[in-house]
Design a binder for this molecule. Structure first.
Ligand code: SAM
Length: 257
């Protein structure tokens, strides 16, 4: 699948993932041209909000490093989160969201799955000084940036490359975040989102779904995803608490694991 990897749009996607998607397309489509097209379409859906721009990660890192204190770093983080649709939409809710999700005792170990730029919200999470933040995504350039950025935000941690339809970081956490990633996983492999939520090793899950498409239209997404989570929660015996944001439906689930 070198043809696909050569395309600037997919250059920073984990090559193993491109290979898997490409192999599946080659089994389904008789011609190489059709398989390449199908692979690109599937990858485009996977990366969701990313629009293929090469983001200026080294400049961003420099801005974080130059910030004289944590308040200035938080201001940089807020500006950078505006560069990605998922985190941009959440900015107005940032101050209230994490206290509402974490409760009185912020977690010591956080796992952020399909993280995008969300680790830049760490300054709003009120995590304890020795907290550990493990993030993962399929975007290699993003993960390299976050690996350098996370320790600048007052916690330990790292970002690793992981295809969540195939595996999960072998991490036990107090809280796991799966923000706006479950629909993408279900698109990639039916059942992959639910499999992920069941497999996570954390007593508290924070799972969210977009309620507006990227174009801003409301196309019944809230009803669809509420139904999805209600059915899964009933099957698993979970009793989620629901937080409604203007563009996002958030489920806070406490489980015995
Ligand atoms: C809609 S964005 C959400 C980002 C972030 N969680 C947030 O809400 O701000 C979805 C993220 O999931 C990642 N992603 C998509 N498919 C994935 C997969 N199979 N494994 C891991 N990450 C994936 C994308 O690269 C992207 O960063």
């Amino acid at each position: 699948m070198a043809i696909v990897q050569a395309s600037a749009r997919y250059r920073s996607i984990d090559p193993r993932l491109i290979e898997r998607v490409g192999r599946e397309a080659l089994q389904r489509y008789p011609s190489l041209k059709a398989a390449v097209k199908a692979t690109k379409t599937a990858l485009h859906q996977m990366i969701g909000a990313y629009d293929g721009r090469a983001l200026p990660y080294s400049q961003w890192l420099e801005q974080l490093r130059q910030a004289p204190d944590m308040a200035a770093r938080a201001a940089v983080c807020r500006r950078l989160m505006a560069e990605h649709a998922s985190t941009r939409e959440r900015l107005p809710a940032l101050t209230d969201l994490y206290p509402a999700c974490f409760g009185a005792q912020p977690p010591q170990r956080v796992l952020d799955l399909g993280c995008g730029l969300n680790p830049l919200a760490i300054p709003w999470m009120n995590l304890p000084p020795h907290a550990c933040y493990i993030a993962c995504d399929i975007d290699t350039a993003l993960c390299a940036f976050l690996n350098a950025a996370i320790p600048l935000l007052g916690v330990h941690g790292e970002a690793g490359i992981c295809d969540l339809t195939a595996s999960l970081p072998p991490v036990v956490a107090d809280v796991a975040l799966a923000l706006k990633v479950v629909p993408l996983l279900e698109q990639q492999r039916r059942g992959a989102g639910a499999d992920l939520l069941r497999a996570i090793q954390a007593p508290r899950l924070i799972v969210s779904f977009p309620t507006r498409s990227l174009g801003g239209r409301n196309v019944g997404m809230a009803t669809t995803y509420r139904g999805y989570m209600t059915a899964l929660a009933a099957a698993e015996g979970w009793s989620p608490q629901v937080i409604e944001l203007p563009n996002e439906l958030v489920f806070v689930i406490d489980r015995n694991v």
